[in-house]
Design a protein around this ligand. Structure first.
Ligand SMILES: [Zn+2]
Length: 350
């Protein structure tokens, strides 16, 4: 699964280097001359729909006007490798009729973008159940698309998060991925799912479901909350004491308590641009990562990019090799049950 690191327009970390990067039109709506200022190789540019509707739902914020042609202007100026025609995300509170109307508006935009731009388009797919997802995916296939993005359901109310954001992993989501990716395979369509690469675990699960690509700014968010990720491991704490975020212990967190011996070794062996500055010593590296969230973000992103490399290599060797690798990774995990479910369910769809 291709990993696209999420970026926030000009609010990037000084010194960061991107290979595949996902940015959004939303971050450039106010720019007079939209320009990407960080180094990158490939840009996947989101259309900003989700963020615009999220902003406008919050009545305290100034409403962002939706101007389709200005969105196209930004997309054309930034010359992305892939971009998404403006879509109308669904809100689970909507009735089916409204969801259908939103989908019709989305399709209309797909046609508009196709007719008046030369952009490489990855249309958003929306659906409210298996039947509609199936039907809508067929429609995009008829329009000759071979790469689509699964639209985030629009979850409003106070706890606003994307459908596939940082929520607790659950069986339904992975069954939906397997259903869609097997359907996509039959139709010759690759599927991008937003927001799946926040941790090695969720990344490998989705990759095993044969999702083509995902993006995440989890590397950054976790870093800001004082967390680091290690290869094939859930996140660990490396904060500066002010942002403990659910990881408080009565006795305080120490290096010894946070990391197992195996994890200390992983830290000592980390090849990221920040850890490389420090000798191969777990504790010293941990102190370095504790010193600044930006350092943690660079470390986290690098770790995710390594996971991507490993995943690509193993899939090349065969899905059974990849399965074995995840098996080993999950041996002691508390999410073992979810992995067992994904393995079993994959056989049903593939
Ligand atoms: Zn590192």
């Amino acid at each position: 699964m291709d990993y696209w690191a999420g970026e926030l327009g000009n609010n990037f970390i000084e010194g960061i280097q991107h290979g595949n990067v996902m940015d959004s039109v939303y971050n450039f709506l106010k720019s007079e001359e939209p320009k990407i200022k960080y180094p990158y190789e490939n840009l996947f540019l989101d259309n900003g729909a989700f963020s615009i509707f999220k902003n406008n739902y919050n009545k305290k914020k100034n409403e962002v006007q939706i101007n389709l042609n200005s969105i196209i202007d930004i997309q054309e100026k930034l010359k992305p490798k892939f971009t998404i025609p403006f879509d109308y995300p669904l809100d689970p509170q909507m009735n089916i009729k409204n969801m259908e109307q939103n989908w019709q508006k989305t399709v209309k935009n797909v046609d508009y973008w196709t007719s008046c731009t030369n952009l490489n388009l990855v249309p958003a797919l929306h659906g409210w159940n298996k039947t509609s997802l199936n039907k809508n995916l067929h429609l995009l296939q008829k329009k000759d698309f071979d790469y689509i993005a699964l639209g985030s359901a629009f979850i409003l109310k106070e706890k606003f998060k994307g459908f596939f954001g940082d929520r607790q992993p659950n069986k339904n989501i992975y069954e939906a991925f397997l259903y869609l990716s097997s359907l996509g395979k039959n139709l010759g369509i690759d599927i991008h799912v937003f927001g799946l690469g926040a941790s090695p675990l969720t990344y490998h699960f989705a990759a095993f479901c044969e999702i083509k690509s995902s993006d995440s700014s989890g590397y950054r968010r976790k870093a800001a909350y004082g967390k680091i990720i290690l290869p094939q491991t859930a996140e660990r704490y490396a904060g500066n004491g002010s942002a403990t975020f659910g990881l408080k212990t009565k006795n305080g967190l120490t290096y010894k308590k946070i990391f197992s011996n195996e994890e200390k070794k992983k830290l000592a062996e980390c090849g990221c641009p920040e850890c490389r500055k420090i000798s191969k010593h777990g504790y010293r590296r941990w102190k370095h990562l504790c010193s600044d969230w930006k350092i943690r973000a660079i470390h986290n992103k690098w770790v995710m990019e390594q996971e991507e490399k490993i995943s690509h290599e193993l899939i090349q060797q065969g899905w059974d090799c990849y399965e074995e690798f995840i098996n080993k990774m999950m041996e002691k995990s508390r999410l073992k049950w979810l992995w067992a479910f994904i393995r079993k369910t994959k056989q049903k769809y593939f």
